[in-house]
Structure formats: C-alpha cells, structure tokens
Design a protein around this ligand. Structure first.
Ligand SMILES: *Cc1c(COP(=O)(O)O)cnc(C)c1O
Length: 422
C-alpha cells in the first residue's frame, strides 16, 4: 500500500515556517478512526479492552485521546504510571507490566490502585514484603517456553526471553496468591513484537485460554481477564499487509468458544496492550535535507538523526521515506539517508531508491508514531525534536517542545564546575 501523509506540500511548507524541522507529527483523526475499528472488531467479546502501551508513545495528549476512545494503558515504569494519572486514565484501567521492578514502583502502583502484573514467582514475596500484604487484584505474566512454537524476530524464542513465569510456576503462583487473600486474577503473556501473522496470535490466545482452564481445575482460581499483550505488527514496507483486526478477533473468538465457554469461564475479559498498531502508522518524523555528499556512495543528510528515531540504526528496521512534493516523481536515485551522529549506523535508509533530493527538501519518514521519539537519547549531545498534533479540525498544536541545551545540562551543577579544583 502506498504510504500517505496527511498534509499536502503547501500545507507542510507553511507548517515548517512556524515549527522548524525536525519534528514528529501525529494525526488525531487517523488515530481515532483506527482505534474505533480495533474496538469494533473486538466488541464480539463480552469484555474487551485495549491498554495502550505507553512506552510506544509516552505523550499525555495522545493518552487523553486514546482514553476518550475507551483505552486503558499499559505501563512499564513509575513515570509512565504518572503520565496516565496526568492524562486522567482511570486507575483500574492501568496495568503495570514491569519486570525487575524496584520496590518504590510497586508501592506507587498499589497506592494508585493500578493493576499489578507480576513478572516472576519471587515477586509474590517481594510484593508482600514491600506492601505488607498482597493487593486484592493480581495478574501474572506467563512465559510459555517451548510450548509456544515459532520464533518472533524481535522478542525471539520464549525459552530465551527473560520475561514471565513457567507453566508450573503460574499454577503455584495462583494457588499461593489465593491463600494469601488475593480475590481477583488476571493472566498475561507477551511473546511477539511487530508480528503480522494472525495465526501467531491465535495460537498464543489458545495457550492462554487453556492455561486459564488448567488454573481453575488445579487451584479453583477463576481468571477474570486474559491479557494477550502487545506485538501486533504494522506494515512498515509498502508491500506488506496490515493485520486484519476482524479476522484476528473472529479467530480468537473461535478459540474462546472452544476453550473458555465449555469450562464455564465465560465471560472473561480479553485484553490487549498494543502500542505499535495504535499510533505507529499515524506518526511521521519530518526533517529537512541539509547536506549531500558524493563519495563511494551518494548520501543525503537530514537535520534529524538516530537520537530522534533509533529503529533503523538499532534493529536495521525499514521505514518508508517520501519527499514532500515529490510523491509521484521517478525514484531514479539511490541514497543512504543519514543523520549527524558519530555512528555509522545512523542511517535512516541504506541504498534506497528515491526521487532526486535537493537541499531544503522536506523528507518524511513514515510509521514513526510508535517506538519513535520515545526510544531516542542524547548521545553526542543531540537534542531530541518536539512533537506536533494535527487536530481533527486541521489545526496543529505543539504537544512537546524541542529539547534545548539547557535541558541537556540540567543534571550538571555548572556552578560546582566553576568552583571545582581539578
Ligand atoms: C512493548 C510492550 C508492549 C507493546 O508492544 P507493541 O509492539 O508496541 O504493541 C506491550 N506489553 C508489554 C509488556 C511490552 O513490553
């Protein structure tokens, strides 16, 4: 599918006059429409909820939009829990799926009435010591190990992944938690990342549903929600196909009818905690071409760098690139499109066929709305760019300003340096 951008060339040029590049821009209308399609597909379950994975795009303005569309949130750290609080997401719609969690973060999540999802068997004790008791609601993260066939390219094989409890530990965990007074239970797993194969998720759902039945048989604990994690992929490459939400929902519903219903567990909550498919395709990194270089290869350098978008440098991930105003031009040039970091992996695209790029051209990197700016860093003293939101009425608001040099130096006591005797 041809990648699109919500502003035409003239609109983008005038936006850049007000907000110089580089910046991220998100499309509110497209985010809402996608969320409604997702919710509609999964409304065939008696209790469904998406918990947006905050780490994918930790901006409270976007969280507020998603909350309005019925989403809860999935958090992996205390600051992410705080962002949900700021965005006004209802406390019991926030799941805290962390791992190797420090005590103070558990304390905050508990005091804040968020749902705690434990990543390890030993955390039952740790949590009990930390709080003085266990919460009334508790979820456990299942690592299916070799029971899960196939291998996802980002998370890898479950046996080699650091997350979750084994099957035996899961059963034991529910038994102990029940003894210690826990009243409401969830079951979570996450074994995929950026996966486009529907059957991979159906198979995961089957494993989770079967475990819920086994837990009931062996411990008497009734699982109230099954959290299938995140990991639904998006078609980064134009030739890839998006996951069909309706097909996915229907196939999972068939497993639900086969496993959950006959076991008397219906209705059980079916939850997702997706990030990537919720905001990924609806965010773009917009940059200006500022240098061209002709050595053994042809290079185009942007005013952004991998500090703004890590995925290509970190995973060799593909992101489609278009040039504003040259959408229909012939792709008769081959470039490495690079940033300014002193790392040779700072390349947004390698040997990519693109139209001829002139200095000053506005270069759009697609599918950057999840795990984009959030993954950035300040290596090389790079300042990360800001974020804009295209509202449904066509206006644009700044939802995060660019970083400044002052932000970068904020952790240093500069007066102390002056007084410091080397
Ligand atoms: C990263 C993560 C997610 C979201 O993953 P996406 O690929 O963005 O959908 C959800 N849950 C957990 C536990 C995660 O670590």
């Amino acid at each position: 599918m041809k990648k699109t951008f919500p502003l035409n060339h003239e609109q983008l040029k005038s936006l850049v006059e007000k907000y110089p590049t580089p910046f991220y821009i998100y499309d509110e209308k497209a985010i809402r429409e996608n969320m409604r399609r997702f919710t509609k597909a999964f409304s065939i379950f008696p209790k469904f909820r998406e918990h947006f994975a905050v780490k994918a795009c930790p901006n409270p303005y976007l969280l507020k939009i998603l909350a309005q569309e019925g989403c809860g949130a999935d958090c992996s750290s205390l600051p992410e829990l705080m962002l949900c609080e700021i965005a006004g997401i209802k406390k019991d719609k926030v799941i805290f799926t962390s791992n190797e969690t420090p005590a103070n973060e558990f304390k905050y999540a508990y005091a804040n009435s968020n749902i705690i999802n434990l990543d390890d068997f030993t955390h039952i004790d740790f949590l009990e010591k930390t709080l003085g008791h266990l919460p009334k609601t508790l979820c456990f993260r299942y690592n299916p190990g070799s029971a899960k066939h196939g291998c996802n390219s980002i998370i890898g094989k479950p046996e080699e992944a650091k997350y979750g409890l084994t099957r035996e530990q899961m059963i034991e965990a529910y038994r102990i938690a029940k003894e210690k007074g826990v009243e409401h239970f969830g079951l979570h797993t996450m074994v995929a990342s950026n996966e486009l194969n529907v059957d991979f998720f159906v198979d995961t759902a089957k494993l989770v549903f079967e475990l819920a039945v086994e837990v009931k048989e062996k411990t008497g604990v009734r699982i109230e929600f099954a959290d299938l994690g995140g990991g639904i992929g998006i078609p980064y490459k134009p030739e890839q196909k998006a996951v069909d939400y309706e097909e996915l929902a229907k196939k999972i519903r068939a497993e639900y009818d086969k496993i959950i219903v006959p076991a008397g567990l219906d209705p059980i909550g079916v939850y997702w905690e997706c990030g990537r498919p919720i905001t990924g395709p609806y965010g773009w990194l917009v940059s200006t071409a500022i240098h061209e270089k002709h050595i053994y290869r042809e290079y185009i350098a942007l005013d952004s760098c991998m500090a703004d978008l890590m995925r290509p440098g970190m995973y060799g991930a593909y992101h489609e690139i278009t040039v504003s105003g040259k959408e229909d031009a012939a792709k008769d040039n081959v470039y490495d499109v690079v940033g300014s970091l002193c790392e040779n992996c700072d390349k947004f695209a390698i040997q990519r066929q693109l139209p001829k790029i002139d200095m000053g051209d506005l270069v759009i990197i697609h599918d950057a709305g999840a795990h984009g700016r959030a993954m950035g860093y300040n290596y090389n003293g790079k300042l990360r760019c800001g974020e804009l939101l295209l509202r449904e009425d066509g206006t644009v608001v700044e939802i995060r300003r660019k970083e400044t040099i002052n932000d970068l130096f904020l952790t240093l006591d500069l007066d102390g340096v002056e007084k410091f005797k080397a």
